[in-house]
Ligand binder design. Structure first.
Ligand code: LLP
Length: 430
């Protein structure tokens, strides 16, 4: 049976009764990750970019179950640290499925990755500075190298996630051709790379196109100088709709625009989305602890906070919120909850610990279960233990989540256990 694979899964599409059962079993706060949806997103990306290499930027969600699902779906891994390479190797990615993008790498990261390269000589290292290439050479690395370029054009949902014109990232565009040329004498120079930023929407598409144009020009320039590129990686950043009424990115149209902007090159196009693969495959479930009325709003204090999901505090990011209890509470249609302006806040002693302000929601009650949408990307991944709050648990659904030993029909599995108070102090020596 052909599965429906729509471009977006909205928070409203999740089955409230099922989420309720999961909470009965695993408690809150709880991340739920649907591996079938991860697989569908991989498929849609590959269909939209049929002759490109689609890599998964693992930073969006590095959980083992997700990595294995993505690997089985045929996407290689783009890693930003030794830790991410370590996770990718652990999840079974082979050397030729591994791309390490060094961002001002500490010595330990280079040591680790060069060691990994000796065992997996097909892995590729991307550097954003001549200095990093030099540090690799000092360690004996002469393998597959890619040069990250600063294209001078950025895009993304927030200033803090635009990398394309930020001095921190990449070799200045005007110097890139020279570095590609000289590096090709010492390494197996295989590619050039640039990334505009994260959360590219329709409004940013022109910036994305401009970046791709510049990369196409650079590819032709170095080819003319005799350097044979295997790939041109134009980064990730494809946005997903966070607001209920926001349109989805038209991925085939983005792919088409990318191809057109790149022009004719004698190399494979590569893209490396993270968010797009996992965002709508995840929800965060949280319980209301405290309800308080002020003249302006109804404040609902929940057990998840900025330590569970940082994006609202850090980027003012909007995440859809559903009051599941108002739907499944067994109320008759007659006593449906009234809609109020709700302010949903966490338990952290910071004024930025707010998920939404005065948003129309069914009146929250103590013990209500809320679901927060699009939590699959940069959700658990950015969680911390600030205020000494142990990190939440994560359950995976679908895709044989229960593992081979799972009971038949058992499609949920605890893939990250809830941290305990003891975990908090375990690393300390006194
Ligand atoms: N490639 C490179 C080199 C990147 O730096 C990134 C993201 C990606 C690919 C994947 O971007 P994506 O397709 O996921 O947009 N924590 C922020 C996002 C930071 C992204 C950093 N780099 C957020 O929650 O919005």
């Amino acid at each position: 049976v052909a599965r429906d694979n729509p471009a977006v899964r909205r928070l409203a599409d999740w089955d409230a009764a099922r989420l309720d059962e999961l909470v009965d079993e695993y408690g809150t706060p709880l991340y739920v990750t649907d591996l079938d949806r991860v697989r569908e997103n991989c498929t849609r990306l590959r269909d939209a970019f049929p002759d490109a290499e689609v890599r998964y930027a693992v930073k969006a969600h590095t959980g083992r179950a997700v990595l294995e699902t993505v690997r089985e779906a045929g996407l290689p891994a783009e890693c930003a640290s030794a830790g991410e390479v370590h996770r990718a190797l652990g999840a079974g990615f082979s050397g030729d499925e591994l791309q390490y993008t060094a961002v001002h790498p500490p010595a330990e990261d280079l040591d680790y990755v060069v060691d990994a390269w000796r065992e997996h000589p097909d892995l590729t290292i991307t550097v954003g500075a001549a200095d990093t290439a030099e540090r690799l050479r000092e360690r004996g690395f002469d393998g597959r190298l890619c040069i990250r370029v600063n294209p001078g054009v950025g895009a993304g949902h927030h200033e803090k996630v635009r990398t394309g014109a930020n001095a921190k990232f990449g070799v200045p565009y005007d110097r890139a051709a020279d570095l590609v040329q000289s590096a090709s004498e010492e390494f197996d120079l295989v590619g050039i790379h640039a990334h505009a930023g994260s959360g590219i929407s329709g409004d940013d598409l022109e910036n994305h196109r401009e970046l791709v144009r510049r990369m196409g020009d650079l590819a032709r320039e170095v080819a003319a100088a005799g350097v044979d590129l295997e790939f041109v990686d134009v980064g990730g950043g494809f946005g997903v709709p966070y607001r209920e009424d926001e349109p989805a990115l038209d991925l085939p149209a983005v792919a088409e625009a990318t191809r057109e902007a790149l022009g004719d090159i004698d190399a494979t196009l590569a893209v490396e989305p993270g968010r797009y693969v996992v965002a709508d495959a995840g929800v965060l479930l949280t319980r209301v602890n405290t309800v308080k009325e002020t003249p302006e709003t109804v404040v609902a204090g929940v057990d998840a906070g900025m330590t569970t999901l940082l994006r609202p505090a850090m980027y003012d990011a909007y995440h859809a919120i559903r009051n599941l209890s108002a739907e499944t509470g067994g109320t008759d249609a007659g006593d449906a909850r009234e809609t109020v302006g709700a302010t949903v806040v966490g338990p952290i002693c910071e004024s930025s610990d707010v998920f939404c302000e005065n948003r129309p929601l069914p009146r929250p009650d103590r013990d209500d279960l809320l679901a927060i949408g699009n939590a699959g990307a940069y959700g658990y991944e950015m969680a911390s233990t600030y205020n000494s709050r142990p990190r939440p648990a994560e359950v995976a659904l679908g895709g044989g989540a229960g593992g081979e030993s799972g009971e038949s029909g058992e499609d949920a599995a605890l893939v990250r256990r809830r941290e305990t108070l003891t975990d908090l102090t375990e690393v300390e020596s006194r």
